[in-house]
Design a protein around this ligand. Structure first.
Ligand code: NOJ
Length: 679
């Protein structure tokens, strides 16, 4: 490892790069070059026009068996182009174009190991993955124990990097801005090892997003910053005691050739709307593996849930038990009346007394599964099942088929899974959930669920990497400091800024089950903690935060305190034809417009941090330039403020055309929502 680092530092001896060792994006804007050191080390660089963005940066691996960092010989290269448009089963838009150029570099290591690196260059970024092919010309099957991946990123300029430390439990942290210095600076600029993804605001005003795609049988990547480069730190196989990114002898992954790693990718755009619009991650995942995915339907849902977090209900059976038959019936009838498609129930099954020994197929005695199944059928309101494992993935996995058969037999086709335990028990013993063994477990759950026509809302997940393209029954995931923290967090709840960071960081990795829509901010049980938002900010989240399973998380009685505002939640869809970030700044504010899938209605949502903000929104994005649109605006009142007057709002109705511009104000901690319908 030391030797490889040294080589990358003194990357003076790069061989000159012939045309065949480079590949440009379809629009010619970005160029990736494959480079080699004089000792056969492998590296790449990226330029935009004449300007280098990523200086020559090392690639390769350390394994227990062999060091794959230098002594490579290039045995050939292949180039190709690809341009196709595919249709999403659900998503932020119906159609996605996958347009890229590919260069595959065939390599032979001195040990005899054959490895290809496949590079793809898109107009908005670059990606690559390693194909381990085996040993010698026969490509003999070989087992390798990976101790580190050497993939690095030597950005030529400094950046503000939005990230969370890699050991943040369940990724439920506040994203922070850290300064990363350019490659010329040899000092480590941040001591933390960071989770993937990282969002970058470069010194020259451009943007970057560093993440991985198609993580299915490998540890999740993390990053540490040292010696002028952002370097990969794979999640260890075992529970490492030290957060020591330089420890190289930890086992990270067991692989057997032929083997393909997940994709590594960097989105590189000039503007924030372009960064948000990038679909590189989805394009790098395999097409849908479910032959007929028509049973997978986006829906809003409510749930017997918030009551447990504000501690007025309990998961376990007792006087305040939440998931009782009458309570579920009340929620389901309310959902029916208000056009909400499904209701989640947590605490319906035995095992909540110790959170360790869950029984996934035996209800508590006050939950009548057969009655509720029939009610669900007759009302047309789905039940969202809940399987909290307490982190015992091994036990859950052993029973998966019988658990999912039980749910399918009771007409339950969405399950929220949970893994509350920082270290989970997998088939391979205690492991990080984002280590290789955890990654395999989650994939097995998704594949099994697909066989039973069950969609998954994965809590305490591995950071999403776009697998929902292949398995669209993986509909949403947590992996975020969600709304529940505003019920009980000892720090008083998430600051207003938090929600204005997520659309540019966590949510770029995939749909999020944040659970928006709190309508009642006082909690007598935990009076020191609250939602730092106005009611209109809570509405704005339904458009700014994307999830095809979108929860309206509050209690029915709280929604009835503001029935006019609740109408927006009744109307707003969660499956989109098109999505556009109209305006925003990371950590300050966010304004999204989205067109409902299969309709010409548009929805706009805005959210701001602790600062009030006036915004102008040209409506030129409306498709029909000649139409008139009936618009309902849900706005913070002039004196609204998340601390003193969170409920103050107004509803304005007006007719607009695409030539109009809306001038709106968001209160401190506020936001807005709009419904725009052509007539
Ligand atoms: C943590 C999840 O994030 C939350 O939504 C759930 O209610 C509890 N675990 C119990 O499973």
């Amino acid at each position: 490892m030391k030797k490889c680092l040294l080589i990358s530092l003194i990357s003076l001896a790069m061989i000159s790069c012939s045309q065949s060792l480079q590949v440009a994006s379809p629009d010619g804007g970005l160029t990736l070059r494959f480079e080699q050191t004089s000792s056969g080390g492998i590296a790449y660089s990226v330029s935009r026009g004449d300007k280098m963005i990523i200086a020559p940066s090392p690639l390769g691996f350390e394994t227990k068996e062999v060091s794959l960092c230098d002594s490579f010989e290039i045995t050939g290269t292949e180039h190709s182009s690809y341009d196709d448009t595919w249709e999403t089963v659900w998503g932020e838009e119906r159609e996605i174009r996958d347009h890229h150029n590919t260069m595959t570099v065939h390599l032979r290591h001195v040990s005899g190991m054959l490895m290809d690196i496949e590079f793809r260059v898109f107009d908005d970024g670059v990606a690559w993955r390693y194909h381990f092919k085996g040993q010698g010309d026969q490509e003999t099957n070989t087992k390798l124990t990976i101790t580190e991946e050497l993939t690095s990123y030597r950005f030529t300029q400094g950046a503000e990097a939005w990230s969370i430390p890699w050991r943040t439990e369940y990724y439920e942290g506040l994203w922070q801005k850290r300064t990363i210095k350019g490659q010329s600076d040899q000092e480590p600029s941040t001591k933390d090892t960071l989770c993937s993804p990282v969002t970058l605001e470069f010194e020259d005003g451009t943007y970057g997003f560093l993440h991985e795609a198609a993580l299915t049988d490998y540890p999740a990547q993390n990053f540490h910053v040292s010696d002028g480069a952002v370097r990969t730190y794979l999640t260890p196989w075992m529970n490492a005691q030290e957060n020591n990114a330089k420890s190289t002898k930890e086992i990270k992954a067991y692989i057997e050739t032929p083997f393909e790693t997940p994709w590594r990718f960097v989105v590189l755009t000039k503007t924030l709307p372009e960064l948000v619009a990038s679909r590189i991650m989805l394009n790098l995942n395999e097409p849908c593996a479910i032959e007929d995915p028509s049973w997978i339907k986006p829906t809003k849902f409510m749930g017997i849930w918030w009551g447990m977090h504000i501690k007025t209900m309990t998961w376990e059976q007792g006087p305040n038990h939440g998931a009782t038959t009458p309570n579920m019936e009340r929620y389901m009838r309310f959902a029916k009346e208000h056009g909400i498609g499904a209701v989640l129930a947590e605490g319906w099954n035995k095992g909540w007394e110790d959170w360790k020994h869950f029984d996934f197929t035996t209800p508590y005695s006050d939950w009548d599964m057969d009655y509720l199944t029939h009610l669900s059928d007759s009302l047309g309101v789905q039940i969202v099942g809940h399987n909290e494992t307490g982190g015992n993935a091994a036990d859950y996995e052993a029973q998966l088929d019988s658990i999912y058969r039980y749910h399918a037999d009771h007409g339950i086709h969405v399950i929220k899974t949970g893994y509350v335990a920082p270290i989970i028990r997998t088939k391979d013993g205690l492991q990080w959930n984002k280590g290789q063994s955890g990654v395999r477990h989650y994939r097995k759950v998704i594949e099994t669920a697909a066989r039973y026509h069950i969609a998954i809302d994965n809590h305490e997940p591995v950071m999403p990497t776009g697998l929902q393209r292949t398995y669209p029954n993986l509909m949403t995931q947590e992996g975020v400091r969600g709304q529940e923290w505003n019920a009980w967090s000892a720090d008083g709840g998430s600051p207003c800024e938090h929600v204005t960071v997520l659309p540019y960081t966590r949510i770029l990795a995939g749909p999020v089950d944040y659970t928006p829509g709190v309508f009642h901010f006082e909690n007598p049980v935990i009076p020191t903690t609250r939602v730092h938002a106005t009611l209109m900010n809570q509405l704005g989240l339904f458009v700014c935060f994307y999830s095809p399973l979108q929860m309206a998380c509050d209690l029915p009685e709280h929604y009835m305190e503001h029935p006019e505002a609740f109408r927006f939640i009744e109307h707003v869809p969660c499956d989109w034809e098109r999505s556009i970030l109209l305006d925003g700044k990371i950590g300050d504010y966010c304004i999204f417009a989205r067109q409902e899938r299969g309709s010409s209605k548009w929805y706009i949502g805005g959210i701001t941090d602790e600062n009030a903000r006036e915004v102008s929104i040209p409506l030129s994005f409306l498709n029909d330039q000649t139409a008139n649109y009936k618009t309902t605006l849900y706005l913070d009142a002039d004196d609204a403020d998340w601390q003193s007057k969170p409920y103050a709002y107004t509803i304005d109705r007006m007719n607009v055309t695409s030539a109009d511009t809306l001038h709106l104000r968001m209160a401190p901690g506020g936001g807005f929502a709009a419904e725009i319908i052509p007539f």
